[in-house]
Design a protein around this ligand. Structure first.
Ligand SMILES: Nc1ncnc2c1ncn2[C@@H]1O[C@H](COP(=O)(O)OP(=O)(O)OP(=O)(O)O)[C@@H](O)[C@H]1O
Ligand SMILES: [Mg+2]
Length: 193
């Protein structure tokens, strides 16, 4: 697997409890997560206490954006499908996948301790969901990885994280993705300028 300089920097330096990739569309955030960040972090915490939670806007966006690309690389023995009770087998561990579209989903996180939480598209979060999550990352080895677009209100999220909490932030521009076609890059730049 080949990673961009930005992606390598994240692998090397994102060692905080809260790890955010902030940046433009198509800049290589999710690719890094599905190829490396999620598998590595679940495996590192195998057999340790606490749950693994994969969060997304809906269960089907989790399947499409996260599980499907990961399954394409690692196969369906290591990356399962979301079953009843939100369970999904990932790298030998029973994990939980939640769409946050319904507030009722939040109650399922209540009382649970989390060793690893992954969240694509952080910005579309309810404030309450975020608060529940903050209190769940309660193990010395608990970790959160998430990505958001630059127009997303990061400072709003920050208000809810403890002032002294360990946070790593990395910014991505479309230029940081050397794997994208020049034409695609130009088209996206025009769209967003
Ligand atoms: N290390 C890599 N090797 C090969 N291709 C890559 C790599 N990183 C990114 N890409 C390519 O760039 C495309 C865009 O990357 P990715 O989907 O990770 O962007 P993103 O930052 O998550 O964008 P969005 O904000 O739109 O979700 C991917 O579909 C993939 O084809
Ligand atoms: Mg993405």
């Amino acid at each position: 697997m080949i990673f961009s300089a930005k992606q390598k920097e994240y692998i090397r330096e994102a060692k905080s409890v809260w790890n955010f990739k902030i940046g433009s569309v198509r800049s290589g955030k999710t690719y890094l997560d599905t190829n490396y960040v999620i598998p590595a972090n679940i495996r590192e915490r195998a057999k340790k206490g606490g749950g693994v939670f994969i969060l997304g806007v809906t269960e089907s966006t989790i399947e499409r954006n996260v599980l499907m690309p990961m399954r394409a690389i690692y196969g369906d023995k290591l990356v399962g499908y979301i079953k009843q009770h939100n369970e999904v087998e990932l790298f030998g561990e029973t994990c939980y996948a939640f769409g946050m579209e319904k507030e009722t989903q939040l109650s399922k996180l209540q009382g649970a301790s989390a060793k690893y939480v992954y969240r694509d598209e952080v910005a579309k979060w309810h404030q309450e969901a975020f608060l529940v999550l903050v209190s769940r990352l309660d193990k010395p080895y608990s970790r959160f990885d998430g990505s958001l677009n630059p127009e997303s209100p990061y400072h709003y999220l920050k208000e809810f994280i403890d002032k002294d909490a360990s946070i790593y932030r990395q910014h991505y521009r479309i230029e940081d993705n050397p794997f994208l076609d020049i034409e695609v890059k130009e088209r996206i730049k025009r769209q967003y300028s």
